[in-house]
Design a protein around this ligand. Structure first.
Ligand SMILES: Nc1ncnc2c1ncn2[C@@H]1O[C@H](COP(=O)(O)OP(=O)(O)OP(=O)(O)O)[C@@H](O)[C@H]1O
Ligand SMILES: [Mg+2]
Length: 256
């Protein structure tokens, strides 16, 4: 079996929707303590891969292991309790609960997995780190979009995941909010040294600012994988993703 890296490892993932093969034999390694950026053009299969890794979709073929153990067939709830926690391209918060109560959902997930107590201080700390403290008593709908995105991320972090899967955390954020997001993500990276992260993002500079490793998808296949510098200077990546001229390294997020 595989060399044990403590994180998530997927092999040969195929995901077909009728005749549309969204993922066609994708491998990905998310070792403990490593932040991997997942990039690729619109429709290349990034969100679909996250949906497979988090148990939202059951793949047509392929295997997924968490810390060396198969989790094939496990649904999203079980995987979350096993420590695979994610955010969505469009933030998914409990709309009838306040922002603080949303954070407590993350706390509850953590308690169920680890039995940890006394983490209320961490809720306050994370609300502060993610710039949401003054909104803690608000309903999500009463908070700006950037705050909703930040709360979803803070809630995922307070759950103390083993593997954290982030789908476009910067989409829809202003330049200033993006800078704050990078600072918050670096705080998480420093605070949680064993965490395995997969970060989907179109803003390649943001990805490179927090992810030493990058994997590129194109038409449902892995186009490149390696260090940020290696991958971003690969001609095939520049052509497929960054545009023919290869000068759009700062390409902003998609609207989807
Ligand atoms: N539930 C679904 N049913 C049918 N087709 C789907 C479904 N989810 C994704 N697809 C298809 O799979 C392909 C990959 O979509 P996916 O959302 O994974 O792309 P993406 O890389 O996340 O794109 P974006 O950057 O726009 O978010 C697309 O052709 C999409 O239409
Ligand atoms: Mg997507």
């Amino acid at each position: 079996m595989s060399e044990e890296t403590g994180g998530l490892r997927a092999r040969g993932i195929v995901m077909a929707f009728g005749g549309n093969v969204a993922l066609n034999g994708v491998d990905i390694d998310l070792p403990a303590g490593t932040w991997t950026g997942l990039i690729g053009p619109n429709g290349s299969g990034k969100t679909t891969l996250l949906n497979v890794l988090s148990g939202v979709y059951r793949p047509s073929a392929g295997t997924v292991e968490l810390a060396g153990r198969s989790v094939d067939g496990a649904r999203a709830g079980r995987l979350a309790r096993a420590g695979i926690v994610r955010t969505f391209q469009h933030p998914q918060l409990a709309e009838s609960l306040t922002i603080r109560e949303n954070m407590l959902l993350g706390v509850d997930l953590r308690r169920r997995r680890t039995g940890a107590e006394g983490i209320d201080e961490e809720v306050a700390e994370l609300l502060d780190v993610f710039g949401c403290a003054k909104y803690e008593g608000y309903l999500p709908a009463q908070a700006p979009y950037g705050i909703r995105k930040a709360v979803e991320l803070a809630r995922a972090v307070v759950a103390d995941p083993v593997v954290l899967l982030l789908d476009e955390p910067a989409a829809g954020l202003s330049k200033d909010e993006r800078a704050e997001l990078v600072a918050s993500l670096r705080w998480v990276r420093d605070r949680k040294p064993d965490l395995a992260v997969c970060l989907i993002e179109h803003d390649v500079r943001l990805v490179a600012a927090v992810c030493p490793a990058i994997q590129v998808l194109n038409f449902g296949k892995v186009l490149a994988v390696g260090s940020a510098t290696e991958v971003l200077t690969t001609p095939a990546v520049q052509e497929a993703y960054l545009g023919r001229s290869g000068r759009h390294l700062e390409r902003e997020g998609s609207s989807s």
